[in-house]
Unconditional design. Structure first.
Ligand code: HGY
Ligand code: MN
Ligand code: MN
Length: 451
């Protein structure tokens, strides 16, 4: 019988392997629907098959590995994403997929030795695109898997001008398969979704604890604020005559930091700045910034976004700029399901970890999308140094071993509760609070000249 320690060693070696599959030399970047993504998905599909799963894949690159249980019907789904940010670490996403595969391998091995089958199918999922680095579409994989990818997103283009629909076709898929008819997961077809994930923050590391459980995931909005002014000569254009788009954008960057520092529990980040024409001796005529705003309470987040956008409008008026604001994504704060969190806690106690610390997630996760149709729970693994979205992202092998043991005990806890009829059945989207499908992206345009 394979041991959990052996499975963890395999999972960590696989994380290292995936960490070498990148679009770029010298840093880890793996965006969806790229050759690097396909290479990683091929590897993960093989590992799922080795664990005894029947493997299927979809048009955006999601990989599903399913192992039947004692009876057909709604499955227990475990997973996360395998795409990355730019210059990423190797555990954000893949660790959850690899722990799911390890758990499936362990369940298969013990059933081969005579253990009773689980009362439900067990499925591991590797979502193809959670980060939103390409096409500015976070949760691309889980949206496609749940049939909630808005058709309006098919025209979204990446930095090379490639539209999502064309990238899907180029990868051999059919964009129409990403709609409701192509959904892999529907309300009532998932017993629960479990997402093991690194914490990506400092809480567990500061507390000296290996694992945490997630009561809720903060809501977030991602916007694009684009200023248009007038490019001109940096030496001959008087300051009073300038329409400097980057100066306008700079006021928003500073305002985002100020509003976030003044609002307890709020974070705001400008991670991308694009400037045109982009020459040292030319007054910038165009400047576009990303804006990522998050808070556990949606009303507080929305108020902060409005305060930051008010500064953008003032900056545009003062510099005679046009300003366009596009809301690229908005997802509501998402509670994890108490029944799932309770099963994780019972499992942690049963494996000798004791009750786990509750850590609200400041990072977004595919669990937010899955929460629209199923009870979800998240198990956090300590991030040494609290570092993530960075090559120094790490895990401790002992923590990953503890995570696998709690994950296996959670599977057994859920199996016992399903057999006893004490776990809430699969429900419709109304069953548990969760984020509704995304609103269509909103755009607004203001003319700085008061038109
Ligand atoms: O940005 C996030 O919250 C996640 O890591 N995609
Ligand atoms: Mn992640
Ligand atoms: Mn991430």
């Amino acid at each position: 019988m394979v041991t959990t320690a052996e499975l963890v060693a395999t999972a960590l070696a696989r994380a290292d392997r995936l960490g070498t599959i990148s679009e770029e030399v010298g840093r880890l970047v793996r965006r969806p629907l790229t050759p690097a993504a396909r290479e990683a998905e091929d590897l993960v599909a093989g590992w799922m098959a080795e664990a005894g799963a029947a493997v299927t894949r979809d048009a955006v690159g999601n990989v599903f590995g399913r192992r039947e249980g004692a009876s057909p019907g709604p499955a227990l789904v475990i997973g996360s994403h395998i795409d990355t940010v730019r210059d990423a670490g190797r555990y954000d996403g893949p660790l959850g997929v690899l722990l799911g595969i390890a758990a499936m391998a362990y369940v298969a091995a013990r059933e081969d030795e005579g253990d009773p089958a689980l009362p439900f199918p067990l499925e591991v999922v590797a979502f193809a695109g959670e980060e939103g680095v390409r096409f500015a579409i976070p949760f691309l994989g889980s949206r496609a898997a749940t049939g909630t990818l808005p058709g309006s997103w098919h025209g979204r283009t990446d930095e090379d001008g490639i539209a999502l629909a064309d990238a899907i076709r180029a990868a051999g898929g059919d964009p129409a398969a990403t709609g409701p008819d192509g959904a892999r997961y529907r309300a009532g077809e998932v017993v629960a979704f479990l997402e093991p994930h690194i914490e990506q923050g400092p809480v567990l590391d500061h507390a000296g604890e290996a694992l945490g459980v997630v009561p809720a995931i903060v809501g977030q909005a991602r916007l694009r604020v684009a200023f248009t002014g007038h490019a001109n000569h940096a030496g001959t254009t008087p300051m009073a005559a300038r329409r400097d788009a980057l100066a306008g954008a700079a006021t928003v960057i500073v305002a985002a930091e100020r509003v976030a520092r003044e609002t307890r529990g709020l974070v705001a980040t400008v991670g991308e700045v694009t400037v045109g024409p982009g020459a040292a001796n030319v007054v910038p005529g165009a400047a576009s910034i990303s804006l990522d705003v998050r808070h556990a309470v949606d009303a507080v987040r929305r108020e902060a976004v409005e305060a930051i956008l008010a500064v953008a409008r003032e900056a545009a008026a003062a510099r005679v700029l046009d300003v366009d604001v596009a809301v690229e994504m908005e997802v509501a704060a998402t509670p994890c399901h108490p029944a799932v969190t309770d099963a994780i806690q019972a499992a942690a106690i049963r494996t000798g970890m004791g009750a786990l610390r509750e850590v609200t997630s400041g990072a977004g996760h595919d669990a937010m999308v899955m929460a629209e149709l199923a009870p979800v729970g998240m198990l956090f693994v300590r991030s040494p140094g609290g570092i993530s979205h960075h090559p120094a992202e790490a895990v401790l092998a002992g923590d990953v071993l503890a995570a696998l043991r709690v994950l296996l005990a959670t599977i057994d806890e859920l199996a016992a509760r399903v057999r006893a009829g004490t776990f809430p059945g699969p429900h419709g989207a109304a069953g548990v609070a969760g984020s509704p499908p995304p609103p269509a992206p909103r755009a607004s345009r203001q003319h700085g000249r008061g038109e």
